[in-house]
Design a protein around this ligand. Structure first.
Ligand code: ADP
Ligand code: MG
Length: 208
């Protein structure tokens, strides 16, 4: 479902990475593994269409994703890609539930409270739906950001260092959760990390 060809990125004159050929099939789970500064976040931002690569092509099913711009790109991203950032970036003045309902609103789709509550329930945070993000633990905030990324049933789920601030037990649990929800959505999952603790949970590893 994703084909990457001769993709590279430079900041000023400095090359961050270069990938000649990488194919990702529908439903696969991949770990993008590399030490700090190896370009994982840059790659994820490019795959999410939040950053334009210096060179190369990405094909997303039949769409040459790297050719999309402006509103078309925003729409394509909203319909296809769920991104869990390293920091949760929840809107602090909105309740947990309203943070989720903001997603279809911004994508000009119908509001879907039932879906939001289902996701919160699946991630064991439904009892927090009326709370403000600041009153949640870090682990709970992370579950909310996962739920938020899944609101529009993305075909591709991208997560940047989701286990960085978690202890061993929670790190394994969050990865299991990502795998479970992506399987239920029949989505493809890409997780970027420097965290060696979770590599046993993946059979596909892309080394940066
Ligand atoms: P990782 O996520 O693997 O730690 P990043 O993609 O964040 O790696 O960064 C890769 C390299 O690019 C690092 O050397 C970083 O300092 C540099 N870099 C990241 N963002 C920028 C930017 N906006 N401008 C210039 N250099 C950047
Ligand atoms: Mg990073």
């Amino acid at each position: 479902m994703l084909k990457i060809r001769n993709l590279s990125h430079f900041y000023q004159e400095k090359q961050v990475f270069s990938i000649s050929n990488w194919e990702i099939h529908k439903g696969e789970n991949w770990l993008i593994l590399g030490k700090s500064g190896s370009g994982k976040s840059t790659l994820l931002h490019i795959l999410a269409g939040l950053l334009s690569p210096t060179q190369g092509q990405i094909f997303f099913q039949d769409t040459e994703f790297t050719q999309l711009k402006g509103e078309k790109l925003d729409l394509f991203r909203a319909q296809n890609i769920g991104f869990v950032f390293q920091k949760s970036h929840l809107v602090q003045t909105l309740s947990v539930l309203d943070n989720l309902l903001l997603v279809p609103f911004l994508a000009k789709e119908k509001s879907n409270k039932e879906k939001a509550e289902n996701l919160l329930s699946k991630l064991n945070v439904l009892h927090k739906k009326k709370d403000l993000p600041k009153n949640l633990s870090q682990g709970e905030q992370q579950r909310i950001s996962i739920a938020r990324a899944l609101m529009l049933s993305p075909k591709l789920i991208l997560a940047d260092e989701p286990t960085a601030s978690l202890d061993d037990e929670n790190a394994q649990e969050v990865i299991a959760l990502f795998k479970q929800v992506s399987q239920e959505l029949n989505a493809t999952l890409l997780i970027a990390t420097h965290d060696q603790r979770i590599k046993n949970q993946f059979s596909n590893i892309f080394q940066m």
